[in-house]
Write a protein that binds this ligand. Sequence first.
Ligand SMILES: NC(=O)c1ccc[n+]([C@@H]2O[C@H](COP(=O)([O-])OP(=O)(O)OC[C@H]3O[C@@H](n4cnc5c(N)ncnc54)[C@H](O)[C@@H]3O)[C@@H](O)[C@H]2O)c1
Ligand SMILES: Nc1ncnc2c1ncn2CC[C@H](O)C(=O)O
Length: 481
Amino acid sequence: TTAVSGDFKVADLSLAAFGRKEIQLAEHEMPGLMAIRSEYAAARPLAGARITGSLHMTVQTAVLIETLVALGADVRWASCNIFSTQDHAAAAVAVGPEGSPQQPRGVPVFAWKGETLEEYWWCTEQALTWPDAPGPNMILDDGGDATLLVHKGVEFEKAGSAPDPSTADNDEYRLILELLNRSLAQSPGKWTALASEIRGVTEETTTGVHRLYEMHQAGTLLFPAINVNDAVTKSKFDNKYGCRHSLIDGINRATDTLIGGKVAVVCGYGDVGKGCAESLRGQGARVIVTEIDPICALQAAMDGYQVTTLEDVVGTADIFITTTGNKDIVLAEHMEAMKHQAIVGNIGHFDNEIDIAGLSKLPGIVKTEIKPQVHEWRFADGHTIIVLSEGRLLNLGNATGHPSFVMSNSFANQTIAQIELFTKTEQYPVGVYVLPKQLDEKVARLHLDALGVKLTKLRPEQASYIGVPVEGPYKSDHYRY
Ligand SMILES: NC(=O)c1ccc[n+]([C@@H]2O[C@H](COP(=O)([O-])OP(=O)(O)OC[C@H]3O[C@@H](n4cnc5c(N)ncnc54)[C@H](O)[C@@H]3O)[C@@H](O)[C@H]2O)c1
Ligand SMILES: Nc1ncnc2c1ncn2CC[C@H](O)C(=O)O
């Protein structure tokens, strides 16, 4: 059942009390984000901000949302993936800390686990549609779908119409065109008016950041953006240590297959791939890496992994994980050549890394649901493979994503970025920016006490010897951590 009121749609409001308990536990595990909330609550720097969020609706995101509200913002929220919502977190956000399922007083949230693609884009549009304003004046994005919808809306309004949905080269884009054809007919000029109010977007993840740089390069970016992903305390922590924790969580909850002793292939050895390889090796798997980049390939080799091509190992490995942020990594012919009951999953942002569409067109293929987000695909010759979350990011589809402590780093950066862009808009002409290193180091400092870290104090003569201020920043902008 979904609770629909004037202003939210979630799976089950009665889960709110459970969600609230887990939010309270998460707050203790998110010291950086809670410290930022305390530091800025009195000043309410986000008063007047209308933030549309498109980011996995989890317990950790609930703490982010309630931090933005504590800093004065009005917020509307949708998830950025059809499987990643934790329904009890969404219910708790909709009900709010002071509300009840009978009298919800929380944030308008439009998200539930297991949305159809059509529902997903409806939720995104609801999060962008404000009852008493032309739209948001800030976007907090993860992967760039909310930013994409706004840009396509403006583009088609400028062109006078949206393309015919039948011209779309995939189902998802067809749904976007159907939505925009409807909105252009019902509310002409909606998206242009909406975009004119937006001061900027803060982007969470690698793939969303890639989209922003592409739009800026093409001259189509409509408003400034802060690339939160490339804060060191985001990508070198969430992408790496977060996936190290949540990859095997997803595989275990989905399949309960013993990982020890098995051969696991990790496609991509970037921040996410590094965490995934370590995660699987930690369970006793023999990990093989595939890479296109000689530097990352050399890193993998130096870290003790075999580095070869997918084609070399597709018939002998047991587990295949894609982490590239690229498309068409594991193709139908690869899956057909895999061992009986090989496990295939993706932890990259979008579901285009594994060719599910190609798999489903193979002659004689049969798809069987073992349980939600776990499917067995039987080939004509009778052997099968197990595909997780239909190729969507399995750590959130089959488990609960990264733990709170690492998301505290990411979301402290998100909150700082929202404040920066909302309150200093005039300092940010259209473009893509990263946060200054001092703020990155500040986020790291906020997480040290909880781990019992005792920092060494740099003495003035040492500071001058290495040419850095005693209080930092301690590294050059081009330093690689
Ligand atoms: N699921 C999650 O919780 C989570 C968390 C963070 C990031 N992400 C997503 O994971 C993806 C990867 O993020 P990242 O920060 O590691 O990016 P990255 O750019 O650091 O790493 C990707 C790596 O894949 C390699 N690669 C590209 N094409 C390849 C191919 N055809 N074969 C083999 N390797 C290839 C690249 O050389 C690169 O080293 C992105 O989509 C990002 O948005 C997901
Ligand atoms: N627990 C989580 N809550 C919200 N988002 C999560 C969680 N775990 C992973 N992610 C994905 C966001 C991540 O920063 C990314 O870059 O994709």
